[in-house]
Each structure stands twice: as C-alpha cells, then as structure tokens.
Write a protein that binds this ligand. Structure first.
Ligand code: GDP
Ligand code: IMO
Ligand code: MG
Length: 432
C-alpha cells in the first residue's frame, strides 16, 4: 500500500471511519485532505465508541502519524476539544498528530453566517451541518480567509482579522441585522488557541511528499462523499470542498500521479443527511426499517438520515469519476431480514424515457422516478461472517450484483460496526 486514497462513494456516512481505522494498521501516515468538522467518522474499539470530526482515523494506532492537510477547514476550538477528548481517553494525540500551517480557520462568524444564509434560503435550504464550512471555504476562495500560519504571526493576524471583521461586521449588521463581533475578544482567544496548536504545526505537503520519497505508506482519508463534491455532486446540495480523489492534490499538497491506489466505501444501501436529490429514497415504512436496523442517525448532528435502496447509476458514476480500483461495502448486515431487496437500475424521466447512466443534470427531483430491480433477501444473521462462504447464497448474489453494476471489484465486506466485523472479499481477485 505505497499510497492509497479512500473516499466516500455516496452522500457521506458510508463507514469511512471504520475502514480507515482498519487500513491504518498498514500505513505510516494518514492524511485528511478536505472538509472540516462537518464530518463524523465512527470507530468502534471493542465497546468503546470514538467519533472523529477533524482528526484522521489513524489516531487510535500507536506509531502512526496523522496529518490534517491544508485543504481542511479547521475550527480551532473544535479541534482542541477533540484533541483533549481523545487525550482524556488515553490516546497519545500529540505524538501522532500534525496540522498543515496552511489550513484555513473557521471563525465564529462563519458559523453564524452559515445559519443566517440557510434561513435566507428558505425552501431552498441545503440542510448544512451549521459548522461554518461553506462560508469558510467561500472566504478562502475570495482571498479573505485566514490561515493557521497567519494567526501564528501576531502582526499578520492583526492586519488580516481587522480586514475580515470590517467586512463581516458590515454584512452582519447591515444585511442580516445582527450584532457585530467585537475584535479584541476574538483576537486574543484565537491567538491563544493557535498557540496551543503551534507544536503540531508543519508544512504538510512537504511532510507527505518526503514520506512518499522515503518509501512510507500513505493513506489519504476522504470526508463526505462523491455526491457531495462541489463540482461533481448534486449541486447546490453539496458541501464546499472537493471530496473525491481529485481533492487530494490540492488538499494535501501531494502529486496526483503518486497516488497508487484509489478505493471507496459504500453502504449496501443508500443514506443522505440534509436536503437535495436522492432518487432511490424510500419515504415509506421500508425506509424507516432501514433507518431502524442501520441506526441511521447523523454522527455529527444526530439528524435522522434519509434512507433508500442502493443506487447503481449513482455508484457507477462515482466509481468512474474517481478511477477506482476497489470498493468496500459496509452495512451488509443491515439488510438481513428483508424479504426482498431492491436496487435502483434506471431513472424514469418526466417525459417517460429511461436512463441507465447517471445524468449530469438531475433536474427536478420530483420528476425522476427510480426503476428498481428486485433481488431475493436473506433471513440469516451475518454479523459473525468472516469469509464470503459464510454468507447465505442470496447475500453473495446481492454482492455479486452490486459489483457487476459498479464495474469495480468489491475488495472487502463489512458486516457490523465492530473492528473485526470486516473481511477481504475473494472477488478482489476478479478482473475489473
Ligand atoms: P463515515 O462518516 O463514513 O465515517 O460514517 P459514519 O461513522 O458517519 O456512519 C457510519 C455508521 O455505520 C457508524 O455508526 C458505524 O459505526 C456504522 N457501521 C460501519 N460499518 C458498519 C457495518 O458494516 N454494519 C453496521 N451495522 N454498521 C456499520
Ligand atoms: P462524513 O465525512 C454526511 C452534508 C450536510 C449537507 C451538505 C452541506 O461524516 O461522511 P456542510 O455543512 O458541509 O455545508 O453541509 O453536506 N454533509 C454530510 N453528510 N456526512 C458528512 O460527512 C457530511 N458533511 C456534510 O448534511 O447536506
Ligand atoms: Mg459520518
């Protein structure tokens, strides 16, 4: 595993946390390259549950270095809270964590604006996590953002924060009619938070490139999912970063042609949090049953996740877009007990025509009807399975069908949230 990318194949929450934690055993450096504390990556270690938001998923392993890459937007308070929470649980965070000096920082005004803009959007709201992600990335692009390195230099920060607050406070008071943010409190508080992090701050791009030159094994950890990608996803119902393999070059400062293997994680069905198109969604008792059996509630906001059947068009599109070499399928156990299982294999458009490949423009979601293919279900509990042969034949057939639809080998199956409930799939040897 010289350098491996792992991304989410759907709309996030595919089980990336569990997969990264498991792959980290064979890695030296684990790098987050996008998103912020909108992410919630769950890892179970025995009966202990960890939910990581900003810290990469190799942090629970001794001897591994974890890097928050420059493409991540960092809420300093949230990061320190996460570090302290892990330290209290005995994790040697300082030894294992580094932060790129170029990360853009999320300020309280970004969170406030996130909420205000959502209110203004009304019916068209995105259903963001409210963590200030969009406004922070917007500032980065419009060149009014403030990086961790800027804060660590007192004079630079003074000048940057004055300029930023002059604009933000004018917008806040004149457009949204809310109280402006006082400069002094914010300046001193942010400086103190940044100083606490100073010992961990590095040139992350250089660290990753050097590690690669030295023959170290690097794991790039995606956040969110392919369909939440700013360019490739269901715009405008997306997040504000590049969530796919393409995001690694910019977000980690790592040459794209040095990524040796690209993998993705998908659930055996689909979920989505927030608003936006979801063609295979089940707004019925079956959707509720998936939510109950899969305990589908957001790891960051606790919101109930929208649930639906596996969408083959969406998955195939995301596989092709990211040039994938293999896919991890999680939550297969959640499907046990369904008499029959469906897979969305086409979309019926408003004019009655059917498409079998994901269309670039979904148009109005109400106009699209999913066309399902029905497969037989299985009743057996599969949570103790350790090989493909342990699975009931209907379950194996279902996995084979997903693989055939995605046209990418399924390399591993996950049959429960626990660390050990995952096994390499024999079909990994099958040609793509
Ligand atoms: P991430 O954001 O992609 O890391 O995924 P989340 O942690 O937000 O959500 C995935 C949820 O599914 C978590 O509660 C995991 O503990 C859980 N999970 C992961 N793999 C499996 C699995 O194979 N079966 C079941 N039942 N749950 C799983
Ligand atoms: P992980 O890494 C699921 C969704 C939000 C919203 C949209 C935009 O745990 O898979 P944002 O706050 O980013 O501006 O919200 O993106 N979203 C996620 N959904 N998992 C995530 O992360 C998500 N991060 C953002 O619900 O629809
Ligand atoms: Mg999540």
């Amino acid at each position: 595993m010289p350098s491996t990318a792992v991304i989410g194949l759907q709309w996030g929450d595919e089980g990336k946390g569990k997969v990264i934690d498991s792959l980290a055993i064979d890695a030296d450096l684990i790098v987050r390259f996008a998103g912020g504390n909108n992410a919630g990556h769950t890892v179970w270690v025995g009966t202990e549950k960890y939910v990581l938001h900003l810290i990469p998923g190799g942090i629970l392993h001794a001897g591994k270095l974890n890097l928050i890459g420059r493409g991540v937007v960092v809420n300093l308070e949230a990061l320190i809270e996460e570090i302290d929470g892990l330290k209290q649980r005995g994790v040697a965070v300082e030894e294992r964590l580094r932060i790129d000096s170029r990360v853009h920082v999320i300020f309280p005004y970004h969170c406030q604006i996130d909420g205000l803009v959502e209110t203004w959007r009304g019916e068209g709201r995105i259903g963001t996590t409210g963590r200030g992600i969009g406004p922070a990335y917007a500032d980065k692009v419009s060149r009014t953002g403030i990086r961790l390195a800027d804060i660590l230099d007192r004079d630079t920060f003074e000048q940057r924060l004055h300029a930023a607050l002059a604009e933000k406070n004018a917008v806040m008071s004149k457009v949204y009619g809310v109280e402006p943010e006082p400069y002094d409190d914010l300046f001193e508080k942010t400086r103190a938070l940044a100083e606490r992090l100073r010992p961990l701050v590095v040139d992350g791009g250089e660290l990753a490139r050097k590690a690669h030159q030295d023959g170290k094994r690097i794991l790039f950890e995606g956040a969110q999912g392919a369909m939440l990608d700013l360019d490739a996803g269901t715009y405008p119902y997306v997040t504000s970063s590049w969530t796919g393999v393409a995001g690694i070059a910019g977000g980690a400062g790592f040459p794209p042609n040095r990524i040796d293997r690209s993998l993705a994680v998908t659930k055996a069905y689909c979920t989505r949090v927030g608003e936006g198109p979801f063609p295979s969604e089940l707004k019925c008792a079956i959707g509720q049953r998936l939510r109950d059996q899969g305990n589908e509630y957001g790891a960051t906001t606790g919101r109930p996740r929208r649930c639906g059947w596996f969408d083959a068009l969406q998955a195939r599109y995301a596989c092709a877009l990211n040039g994938l070499d293999g896919v991890f399928v999680t939550n297969l156990d959640v499907l046990s007990g369904f008499e029959e299982i469906q897979v969305c294999v086409a979309y019926r458009l408003a004019d009655g025509s059917e498409v079998r490949d994901y269309p670039a423009e979904l148009g109005k979601i109400d106009d699209i009807q999913p066309v399902f293919q029905t497969l037989p279900g299985w009743t057996e509990d599969i949570t103790a399975a350790t090989t493909l042969d342990d699975l009931p034949s209907a379950c194996r057939d279902y996995v084979a069908f997903l693989e055939q639809q995605m046209r990418v080998p399924i390399v591993s199956l996950s049959v429960g949230p626990g660390r050990t409930q995952m096994f390499v799939c024999d079909s990994a040897q099958a040609p793509a």
